[in-house]
Design a binder for this molecule. Structure first.
Ligand SMILES: [Zn+2]
Length: 669
């Protein structure tokens, strides 16, 4: 099926519209200031020869500027903020000036190791940065229909193709992203060499085998260590020669989770033998979710895109097997993935400790990208359902209510002082969130032939063209995530036969549907029962209901989705959560935060599951639905939506509470 591009969809949603507005203004301006303060933008000035100094930040710092630009460009189509626009134009000029005549642009090498290119493809992020440059340029071209930045990106992409086409498995990137970018550039331009290059990067991946990869990594690691020493020497020389210019910005570390035993050793082994990079086997033979979680999701996204573009369905079985592995055994109840700090990677099946959870925001975003591409491949409501679950929980939690403070790792339990920060030493998540928010209207609708799908109930409208050429207006009004009332108005020019599929979410056991005020009888397709998942949440319980109708101007479809409080009991193999339960209502996961529960030991209390009641609290965070209840000993409890935690002073929090009974998932109206 085909997506409806976000530029064709007008968002009008009580929950999401204010968030996108603030993302396009407050968040982007805050992020720009941080990029300037941390030296990220100045790296481009230095590479362009406009000033003198040293490279700042990590070897992937360029990508943070590109993702910011990607977000600003996407937002610029629907939101106009002159300050953001000025920064965007300034950055584009810098990027143009910093690029070498043959298309190379990687300030880390240009400034620190001039003349050196493509030396450390696993550890450093040269191709990753070029990928984000290409994605930003596509966003800018789509928003403005002007070509200067696209020409920069095309030169870079052509250089990548000239350099790597025809090469083998040793020349595949350590951090996937370039594949997504090249496939998107192929979609835009129709130029076959971008498709060929992306296909090669994907199909050659894992081709070295673990032993040869280990030898390769030992050599690369030695080179990177030598570079680190050279860089340290350059830094100290510069500081000695230019004491007045030295002002080091100390940023918060990203990973502040509790570190389980053997984390570092597991990281080293995964890096050595390739699982960390998903380089341990060819993609068709990879059957489990392994390694760095962001890398993993970007790889799966690219594979799904490749299938969609080429029709190579032989890649689907292993892709679906990995999806099931994530859903069944490796997802937290928030939808977050990656349970190992340090390596930021998947752990073993059911290794999902809520306190040490890494669950990086970018991994949630990558997982959303992947589930969206799966939606385009197969009409299975599980993918859109998982997308919704990630959106409202594992992704939304990454940004604070003021839109300027962030979480990098997102544990399900916090008793060690983790709190939101305005920026990080590795600031990959804030701009990734912004560009995803900007594209949110594009994740709502798809179509194929005479059939239209509504995957997300987010207030919005767009004009659809049926294959006959007739225009149909579609307008969705929604009270999610607080209530389950959805109104869909359909306005064809003339009466038209087509099918409208709407997703009945996994969290909704009862739905009533009316068409123009009359009950619309429908038969729920049988849902295949699956073994219990690690988290207790299973998106495979979602389904599409097909509304076949001769639509007339002004037809109104009304959905009343029940929104019970659901208690999710983790799989018994999740040892750290035994006798605990997580609580959801609608698409939202809930948690206990110390601020709302004075005098309660939130980590030790035992919940009376029959006590929970939903209440809209108008004075909290501008209005949220909280859950009131009490413990088995009678202590009053208030749960807030998980994504809202860490916005106040006391950030002790748990999404798991003790449960006095041991039953399977319990529903409570
Ligand atoms: Zn990130």
């Amino acid at each position: 099926m085909q997506a409806v591009h976000f530029q064709r969809v007008t968002l009008d949603d009580a929950f999401w519209s204010p968030r996108l507005q603030l993302s396009a203004s407050t968040a982007l301006l805050h992020q720009w200031r941080q990029l300037e303060t941390s030296g990220c933008i100045t790296n481009f000035r230095l590479a362009a020869g406009l000033t003198q100094g040293l490279h700042s930040g990590w070897f992937f710092a360029d990508s943070d500027a590109y993702k910011w630009l990607d977000a600003a460009a996407r937002f610029s189509f629907a939101y106009t903020f002159s300050a953001v626009d000025n920064h965007m134009q300034q950055l584009i000029l810098l990027i143009e000036s910093a690029q070498t005549p043959d298309g190379y642009l990687y300030t880390y090498n240009q400034l620190l190791f001039p003349g050196s290119r493509w030396q450390n493809l696993q550890i450093e992020h040269e191709l990753y940065c070029h990928g984000h440059l290409i994605e930003a340029a596509i966003a800018h071209f789509e928003a403005t229909k002007t070509e200067p930045l696209l020409q920069v990106a095309t030169r870079a992409a052509d250089l990548v193709c000239e350099t790597f086409l025809g090469k083998g498995a040793a020349f595949t990137p350590g951090h996937e992203e370039i594949e997504i970018a090249l496939l998107r550039l192929y979609q835009l331009s129709g130029q076959a060499h971008y498709l060929e290059m992306a296909t090669q990067f994907l199909e050659q991946r894992g081709g070295l085998g673990p032993i040869r990869f280990a030898m390769h990594m030992l050599r690369e690691n030695a080179r990177v260590n030598r570079r680190t020493k050279i860089r340290e020497q350059q830094n100290s020389n510069f500081q000695r020669e230019h004491p007045a210019q030295h002002s080091e910005t100390i940023l918060p570390k990203t990973n502040q989770a509790i570190i389980p035993r053997w984390s570092r050793e597991r990281f080293l082994l995964g890096g050595l033998f390739g699982t960390y990079f998903q380089q341990h086997a060819p993609i068709r033979h990879q059957s489990e979710a392994v390694g760095h979680a962001v890398r993993f999701t970007y790889l799966q996204t690219a594979i799904a895109m490749l299938i969609h573009l080429t029709g190579d369905y032989s890649l689907i079985p292993s892709l679906v097997t990995r999806w099931k592995d994530v859903i069944s055994k490796k997802s937290y109840i928030s939808g977050g993935i990656g349970s190992l700090p340090i390596s930021e990677a998947f752990g073993r099946a059911y290794e999902l400790d809520p306190a040490s959870a890494y669950a990086e925001t970018c991994a949630a975003l990558g997982s959303m990208f992947w589930n969206w591409e799966m939606t385009l491949l197969e009409p299975d409501a599980a993918y859109a359902d998982q997308f919704e679950h990630l959106l409202y929980n594992a992704a939304l939690v990454g940004i604070g209510q003021d839109m300027t403070r962030y979480l990098y790792n997102n544990p399900l339990q916090n008793n060690n002082g983790l709190h939101r920060e305005p920026w990080f030493e590795i600031p990959c998540c804030p701009s990734n969130l912004a560009r995803t928010w900007a594209a949110l209207p594009g994740y709502i609708y798809t179509h194929k032939d005479e059939t239209l799908w509504i995957h997300q109930f987010i207030g919005s409208s767009f004009e659809h063209r049926l294959p006959s050429g007739q225009a149909v207006g579609i307008k969705v009004e929604s009270s999610l995530p607080w209530q389950g009332n959805v109104r869909i108005q359909v306005d064809p020019e003339n009466p038209a036969d087509f099918t409208l599929n709407v997703r009945i979410p996994s969290w909704c056991p009862h739905v009533s549907i009316t068409l123009n005020g009359r009950d619309y009888p429908f038969i729920s397709p049988a849902i295949m029962m699956n073994p219990p998942t690690a988290s207790g949440f299973d998106p495979r319980e979602a389904q599409y209901v097909a509304i076949q109708h001769t639509w007339q101007n002004g037809d109104v479809l009304q959905l009343d989705l029940s929104m019970p409080i659901i208690l999710h009991i983790p799989h018994p193999r999740v040892k750290s959560c035994r006798a605990k339960v997580a609580v959801t209502r609608g698409p939202l996961l809930y948690c206990l935060e110390a601020e709302d529960n004075p005098g309660v030991d939130i980590f030790e209390i035992v919940l009376n599951p029959n006590s929970l009641k939903a209440r809209f609290h108008a004075d909290l965070f501008g209005g949220v639905t909280v859950l009131d209840g009490h413990s088995t000993s009678g202590q009053a409890l208030t749960f807030i939506p998980y994504a809202w935690w860490a916005n106040r002073a006391d950030t002790r929090m748990t999404a798991y509470v003790g449960l006095g009974i041991s039953d399977q998932t319990i529903e409570k109206e």
